[in-house]
Design a protein. Structure first.
Length: 181
């Protein structure tokens, strides 16, 4: 059994958790999230807590025991407070802007890069270089922010590119010219 899987998840006020037909539904003020789960894991909602138990002693099922607990805990946190990723753009002339449901990046390429904003995400651009991605689904927020960062990851020589706020990019020294005498 997983140690984390044994700990029940507390359901705060204003959040409803239902388990039916192999799916966990979590509904709160920020939205509704649904996740399918394996039948080898038993999920019950009792007395304002979500309880998990593994029905098998296989190594794979024991690993999933704690994983499902963590996923449901993230779902509950997402519908109550939400998740946020902040990106910064560094580079002369590099900028971002919103056009309807698209994020448009100008990051030193010969063309602009467009990213469609999926449903469930809210994207804000501040001062043309700060991008704030918020949403209830932790996976969706992180995956979309990583896709935007992948358009131009920070490079180690000049530090240009898109990075997470607070991310440290290890800088490298350029080539040194040694004179011959």
């Amino acid at each position: 059994m997983s140690r984390m899987g044994k700990i029940p998840v507390t359901v705060p006020a204003g959040v409803t958790v239902t388990v039916a037909d192999g799916k966990v539904n979590v509904k709160g003020q920020k939205g509704t999230l649904t996740m399918p789960y394996r039948k080898d894991i038993t999920i019950k909602v009792e007395n304002g807590k979500v309880i998990f138990s593994a029905d098998s002693n296989s190594k794979f099922i024991k690993a999933l025991h704690g994983t499902y607990r963590a996923l449901v805990n993230s779902m509950i946190k997402g519908v109550t407070t939400g998740f946020e990723k902040n990106l910064e753009i560094n580079g002369v002339g590099y900028r971002a802007r919103l056009e309807g449901k698209k994020l448009v990046l100008q990051v030193g390429k010969s063309h602009e890069i467009d990213y469609d904003i999926p449903d469930g995400l809210k994207v804000e651009v501040e001062k043309n270089v700060n991008i704030k991605v918020t949403g209830a689904d932790k996976h969706l927020v992180g995956q979309w922010a990583a896709a935007v960062r992948a358009a131009y990851p920070p490079e180690p020589y000049q530090g240009k590119g898109i990075r997470y706020k607070g991310e440290h990019v290890r800088r490298k020294a350029g080539k040194k010219v040694v004179g011959t005498a």
